[in-house]
Design a protein around this ligand. Structure first.
Ligand code: FAD
Ligand code: PYC
Length: 382
């Protein structure tokens, strides 16, 4: 049983069936598939992280993105248009260059652009020195880009369904029963009891609530994270631009809307919306960096709930409860990880041992102090 019908959960079910030959799999989703963070994110895909462990798992995902439409026979509209990260201070410059060198040492593409080169790659970018936060340079990962977020859920769901996976929507898990030796025995759901010896929890934002049903406490917090889109316009924005320091990130969807993301709200919550002032702050930053967009109108905004660990890295692996596996804590950055996360989690569940790329992201690292601190590369302030 997989709890959670987002991209990670549906992908896990797909790889369990496609690569491990398991046929008695079901995904239970309390709402509709893709209705969680999978369908609410700003779709940025990249693998330009700092630590070797992170680079390995995100690069594994990026390589899977490159062939995902073909593998699923479903167009997920992966578009490697390049992800640029702006430096506005000496500190930004040093940090981004450190990440760039770490990536290159791991064989992952990343390069440094001068302000003029950054503007040539993204013409709407303002690089004047009069800015409160002038652009001092940028890193560029050309293989980074975007994909259509809900197509990822639909693509994995259709491919998993074709392999015999059952997908149950409007089915909320309300209890996890444990039997002899504390092992998982059954799921209590709003549609009845489901007996099962093996459960994978992939319920982003709600992970601590679901794991609490089995008596497991998690070292993470849930926060609202918001995004918004402008009215649609003709193609004006050729890539993805992120500015961690003044906090704004932007791309243009195939429908023409400018897709803009904000930071997390400063309080914990399980509601899928946040405070308006966070969006307004983001729009101020966007208008400063891209003055041409000042007259655009906002079309709609929304929020999702992200679960964030203290080192801003995920938890993927086994738990102290026999038969219970966990995949969570991707925080503000798990969309890009979807295929890689699902792939290694399926491996972990099928073999009852952590996939090598997942092993560093165990729950035990919080006990042992083996943190993988990706706060600077997370791209979104927490
Ligand atoms: P989800 O898609 O949230 O799936 C979890 C599912 O579990 C949900 O559908 C939920 O309904 C279900 N569930 C919960 N509790 C239960 C229960 N008791 N019983 C049954 N089902 C349950 N990441 C990036 O890489 N790039 C970005 O640009 C980016 N931008 C973001 C912007 C926003 C505004 C937000 C909110 C997130 C962003 N992220 C981004 C993060 C990314 O969206 C998530 O990390 C990722 O989508 C998590 O996928 P998932 O499949 O684990 O979770
Ligand atoms: O992780 O790249 C990211 C990201 C961008 C916006 C939200 N998350």
């Amino acid at each position: 049983m997989i709890v959670g019908g987002g991209g990670h959960g549906l992908g896990t079910a797909y790889y369990l069936a496609a690569e491990h030959g398991l046929t008695n799999i079901a995904v239970v989703e309390k709402g509709w598939i893709g209705g969680g963070n999978t369908g609410r994110n700003t779709t940025i895909i990249r693998s330009n992280y700092l630590f070797d462990e992170s680079i390995a798992i995100y690069e594994h995902a990026l390589k899977l993105w490159e062939g995902l439409s073909q593998a699923l026979n479903y167009n997920v509209m992966y578009s490697p248009r390049g992800v640029m990260m702006l430096a506005h201070s000496v500190h930004d410059t040093q940090m981004l260059k450190r990440i760039m060198h770490a990536d290159r040492a791991n064989g992952v593409d990343n390069e440094w652009l001068t302000p003029e080169e950054a503007k040539a790659y993204c013409p709407p970018l303002e690089i004047g020195t009069h800015l409160r936060y002038p652009v001092l340079g940028a890193t560029l990962q050309r293989r980074g880009g975007t994909a259509r977020h809900d197509a990822v859920a639909w693509g994995y769901a259709r491919a998993a369904d074709a392999l015999g996976v059952d997908i149950l929507e409007n089915c909320e898990v309300t209890g996890i029963r444990r039997g002899a030796g504390g092992a998982v025995e059954a799921l209590e759901t709003t549609r009845g009891l489901i007996r099962t010896p093996r459960v994978g929890v992939v319920a982003a934002g709600n992970s601590s609530v679901v794991m609490g049903l089995a008596g497991v406490r998690l070292p993470l917090e849930s926060f609202p994270l918001q995004a918004l889109v402008s009215e649609p316009v003709k193609p004006v924005f050729p890539c993805v631009v992120m500015s961690n320091a003044i906090h704004a990130y932007i791309s243009q969807s195939d429908k023409g809307e400018l897709v803009i993301g904000a930071g997390t709200d400063a309080y914990n919550s399980y509601t899928q919306r946040g405070a308006l002032h966070v969006d307004l702050h983001t729009l101020e930053a966007i208008c400063e960096l891209f003055p041409a967009f000042r007259r655009l109108r906002m079309l709609r905004n929304w929020g999702g709930i992200v679960d964030v660990t203290v080192d801003r890295s995920p938890i993927v692996g086994k738990t102290p409860v026999p038969g219970l596996y966990l995949n969570c804590g991707w925080g503000t950055g798990g969309f890009k990880a979807t295929p890689g996360s699902a792939h290694v989690f399926a491996w972990t569940m099928a073999k009852d041992e952590p996939h090598p790329y997942a092993a560093p992201f165990s729950l035990e690292r919080f006990r042992d102090g083996a943190m993988i601190d990706e706060a600077a590369a997370a791209g979104v302030s927490h």
